[in-house]
Design a protein around this ligand. Structure first.
Ligand code: BGC
Length: 745
């Protein structure tokens, strides 16, 4: 009897297993499951998964048990839900999030561990919100400080951006949430972003604009790439044969999906043949315009189906797209091991604070004005709209609805009021009083009745009596500031802030200027201000992060991820008159030729011998460091070998602190012109007072290579090289030479 029962159970179990189709069998390799699912899908089902069905979702395959697929912005937190087919808020009560610091700040940490923490924490928020793909991070190179979306990107250097994007992607995807690295490629400014045709040399494309994307694909193994709005070689980048078919899919062997930017797809034939896999946002300008429920008239919907039925295409291209989408499903929605995630957990706030603390950059600190001496200070005057204005609302698609956001003023009060410090706020200037974006409102009343002169006078009279004056100004996320869709109109600070700062500097020598922005700004008053801090957009924990650094609870260790020029004329793109480009006679396309080629950022500083206000890689600390004794393990290297550099770093001051050791390579003999030096390794080290440590940095052939455009390959040439080591790009004072004995051709 017992035996009989056992036999029946066994048969049932075996029977169930035998019936389970391969595509649902988790013991089978994913590629086999993909092929099995593909075989079972009808033409309608295949077409349905390659385009949107709502503003942010695409269909699964209900009959086979594949659920709908949900995307969401990105990249600083999970965007609140909009209606199914409208951009208006859905009005959910469970879609408030933690806002993490903007990606410029993340890049300024120069700490890949922070990028991993960022991706991981954001992934948990996304999971809880039911999102399968985060539309980010962005790694477009910072080419001009006018760029409206620079705050969403990781700075001017391809190597730094590459080191930071990989762990962000890995952290996010470890949770079973896809990253969608954007905007591929050459979307380096916002003005006319749908019409700009970028003209760029192959060398600049491969050496400057593509490496961070390549790192995300090859090392980060990213599951999604978003095509950019602009054009390259007269073809929109969401269906660009060279960028997508040749470089991304053939050369880099990308096996994920190419997602169009919202409204970035323009043509069925190009979308079919040139590598687009999922079409989103068509009939919109990415924001508001739109036809209602137009999903079946998308370029990859009915028009494509009809063309297949009429025999204009076989299903070859379609199957390639669907395979990629199915692979994406297995990685995300069909991953049964996916955790549930958390929303607004304390761990996420802690992560946001930690990242913000590490990214704030101390640009200048004459006479050690900072940190604020909390033992002697009794009266602090805080000035500026940015001390109170919520900055998580605005900026375009990265705008968020946060559970909480602590302002700089409240952060300082929370830290200093318990110590008996009296803090008073004066507005000083009026920027933008509108606190709403896409239906999310900050609820702040920023109206003001005083005249600009009165505002300055009121601030100055109080500044005279204060122990410290802390000014929070800069940009904000309103149109033509740090905001998607347009670039800034000028390099100078808006809203008359220069005049105010000059007046405050005269009134009080303990003036601390905290610039809130994602971009460099002109600082004509820099010589007259003793302390300058770059405060970025720090998200939910803004107030805590800034108070931590200003009061010395945290010793600043951020380094600029971009060059801070004195004037716009010092920026190669502007000096050469390349921005924003030249309209063609039909006024449909504007050609923007990147005439500066490789010489972007510090590469341009070296080339044109300009003197930036603050150099790429610059950032001060409340302690001091000595970097000495640079050594290299060998003086020759072969193309398949490695070199290890060792340098001693000592904390010679009185506080614990962290320093970023930066290694630049200079090619001393080359058949093609090369930048004077390029960042090829870095490491952040934390040291207690008096502590010293040897830091090792290793490079391989990639650090010596350049793109040979005559042959379309990366190559290195035998000859002499120099490694330059330091803690900023303008003074890498330690040098050591070595030789590459055989190049890679
Ligand atoms: C932006 C993308 C964003 C998408 C969806 C577009 O306008 O360029 O970065 O992910 O909208 O909101």
């Amino acid at each position: 009897m017992k035996f009989l029962l056992l036999a029946t159970t066994l048969t049932l179990t075996l029977g169930a297993q035998a019936q389970r189709p391969v595509y649902l069998d988790e013991t089978k390799p994913v590629e086999q499951r993909v092929e099995d699912a593909l075989k079972r899908m009808t033409l309608d089902e295949k077409i349905a998964v390659i385009h949107a069905q709502s503003k942010f979702s695409s269909a699964g395959v209900k009959r086979l048990g594949f659920t709908d697929f949900w995307t969401d912005d990105g990249p600083h937190g999970v965007r609140p839900d909009v209606l199914w087919d409208e951009w208006e808020q859905a009005g959910q009560t469970n879609d408030s999030c933690v806002a993490f610091p903007a990606l410029t700040c993340l890049a300024a940490t120069w700490n890949p561990t922070m990028a991993r923490l960022y991706g991981h924490s954001l992934g948990e928020e996304a999971l809880y919100r039911g999102k399968d793909m985060i539309l980010g991070p962005g790694v477009n190179i910072y080419r001009t400080p006018l760029g409206g979306r620079n705050f969403e990107y990781m700075g001017e250097d391809p190597y730094l951006a590459g080191r930071m994007v990989v762990p962000y992607v890995q952290g996010l995807q470890a949770n079973g949430v896809a990253a969608c690295v954007k905007h591929y490629a050459l979307n380096n400014d916002e003005e006319y972003r749908h019409q700009v045709n970028v003209v760029v040399s192959d060398r600049a494309l491969h050496e400057i604009y593509l490496p961070a994307f390549k790192a995300a694909v090859i090392e980060g193994k990213v599951w999604g790439i978003m095509g950019a709005y602009n054009l390259y070689k007269d073809q929109h980048n969401c269906h660009n044969a060279i960028l997508l078919n040749q470089i991304l899919k053939r050369d880099w062997a990308f096996d994920g999906v190419v997602v169009s930017d919202w409204g970035g797809c323009h043509d069925t034939d190009q979308a079919v043949r040139n590598g687009l896999d999922m079409e989103f946002g068509t009939w919109t300008d990415g924001l508001t315009m739109g036809k209602t429920n137009a999903y079946s008239s998308y370029y990859l919907a009915d028009a494509y189906k009809r063309a297949i039925r009429e025999g204009r295409y076989t299903e070859r291209e379609l199957d390639d797209k669907v395979r990629r989408v199915l692979r994406l499903f297995y990685r995300t929605t069909m991953n049964r091991q996916r955790p549930i995630g958390f929303l607004c957990s304390e761990a996420h706030y802690d992560a946001a604070r930690k990242i913000g603390n590490e990214g704030i950059v101390l640009l200048k600190n004459r006479q050690n004005v900072l940190p604020i001496d909390t033992l002697t200070a009794r009266n602090i005057l805080v000035v500026g709209e940015n001390a109170v204005k919520m900055m998580t609302v605005g900026g375009g698609s990265s705008s968020l609805k946060v559970q909480r956001e602590l302002s700089p003023l409240d952060g300082l009060r929370a830290t200093l009021a318990p110590r008996g410090v009296n803090i008073v706020w004066e507005r000083g200037y009026v920027g933008d009083t509108n606190g709403s974006f896409n239906g999310v409102t900050s609820g702040q009343d920023l109206s003001e009745s005083r005249t600009p002169d009165r505002l300055v006078a009121d601030a100055v009279s109080k500044a005279r009596k204060a122990d410290y004056v802390v000014f929070f100004g800069g940009l904000n996320k309103s149109d033509y500031q740090d905001c998607e869709g347009h670039d800034r109109k000028e390099y100078g600070l808006p809203y008359g802030q220069d005049r105010l700062i000059e007046a405050l500097a005269k009134a009080n020598r303990n003036l601390i200027v905290v610039n809130i922005s994602g971009n460099a700004v002109a600082m004509p008053w820099a010589d007259r201000v003793n302390a300058i801090v770059q405060g970025w957009y720090l998200g939910s924990e803004t107030g805590h992060c800034l108070a931590d650094v200003l009061t010395g609870r945290v010793n600043p260790s951020g380094k600029l991820p971009f060059t801070w020029p004195r004037t716009l004329d010092d920026v190669p793109a502007h000096r050469l008159g390349t921005y924003p480009g030249t309209w063609r006679p039909d006024h449909k396309i504007i050609d923007e030729e990147y005439k500066e080629g490789l010489y972007v950022g510090y590469r341009g500083v070296d080339r044109y011998k300009t003197r930036p206000l603050f150099a790429f890689g610059h950032g001060l600390s409340y302690t001091s460091f000595r970097i000495s004794n640079l050594r290299v393990d060998k003086t020759t290297m072969t193309h398949d070998g490695k070199l290890t550099f060792t340098v001693n770093v000592a904390n010679t001051g009185k506080r614990e602190g962290a320093e970023v050791i930066q290694l630049y390579i200079s090619d001393l003999q080359s058949s093609l012109p090369r930048p004077v030096k390029e960042l090829k390794a870095f490491m952040k080290v934390s040291l207690r007072p008096g502590e010293s440590r040897d830091v090792t940095l290793t490079i391989d052939n990639a650090a010596l290579s350049f793109y040979d455009d005559s042959r379309g390959v990366w190559t290195s040439e035998p000859g002499d090289f120099e490694a330059l080591v330091g803690n900023t790009s303008d003074k890498p004072n330690l040098k050591v030479r070595f030789k590459l004995t055989d190049g890679l051709h």
